[in-house]
Design a protein around this ligand. Structure first.
Ligand code: MN
Length: 238
């Protein structure tokens, strides 16, 4: 397989993993920057991630225009992807999801921070982007590039931003990285919800977050997790 075919297969597997792990349901999506053309990205046609196959993958300009639509319907929230790829040269993959475990932290002011070792990958501070701050009342969907750029500005150079009353976005350098961060963002949020009911929470320190997230970036660990998740999602060893 050449690099592009390999990346497309990985993108299909990422869709299936995120569905299998309950990070996405009928909604939510994952994209990669085009491996050979940084001014384009690849994203499925409008379809639940668990059903996404190679033939669903479409190429877009950063503005969100399809290169060859072939009559297919498209996700409305493409500007989430375009806005971030435009602002961040380092970002090669993006996940957007509505994890129900994460959303409580987007509406309460209770910060979502790493509190167990594998949660370190989400980073030390997670901003909450509120679409109402600059766009008044909307249907909460990121439907134009002004909104996508505003979200990207809130994300800054971080890996994760929450979206008030909506979900979150996860940006990274590889597809394995954003899938891992999406899964452990959700796990960390669930553990934190449980812990907050019991009492005061001892969070990871900035040093612990730095050292552990460095470990999580190691290829061997990521490949081990990927193989496990891919197999659970019915994609062999990924
Ligand atoms: Mn959404």
């Amino acid at each position: 397989m050449n690099n592009i075919d390999e990346q497309l297969e990985l993108l299909v597997t990422a869709n299936r993993i995120l569905a299998r792990e309950g990070v996405v349901d009928a909604y939510g999506h994952v994209s990669i920057r085009h491996p050979e053309n940084p001014s384009r990205y690849i994203l499925s046609q409008s379809r639940a991630p668990d059903l996404v196959d190679i033939s669903d993958l479409m190429e877009y300009t950063l503005e969100g225009d399809p290169i060859d639509q072939q009559g297919r319907s498209m996700y409305t929230e493409r500007p989430i992807h375009g806005g971030i790829y435009e602002a961040r040269d380092d970002v090669m993959a993006i996940v957007h999801n509505h994890s129900p475990t994460v959303i409580p932290f987007s509406v309460t002011g209770t910060p979502l921070r790493p509190m167990f070792h594998l949660g370190a990958i989400i980073g030390p501070d997670l901003p909450v982007w509120d679409i109402r701050d600059n766009f008044q009342d909307t249907n909460l969907l990121v439907t134009n590039m002004d909104q996508g750029r505003d979200l990207a500005a809130c994300l800054g150079d971080r890996r994760v931003s929450l979206m008030r009353g909506h979900g979150c976005v996860i940006a990274g350098q590889t597809i394995r990285e954003v899938v891992m961060a999406s899964v452990y963002l959700q796990v960390n949020a669930g553990l934190l919800l449980e812990s907050l009911r019991l009492g005061e929470v001892k969070y990871l320190s900035p040093g612990e977050i730095e050292m552990m997230s460095e470990s999580q970036m190691r290829l061997t660990g990521q490949e081990r997790a990927w193989e496990y998740w891919a197999n659970r999602a019915g994609r062999g060893r990924g």
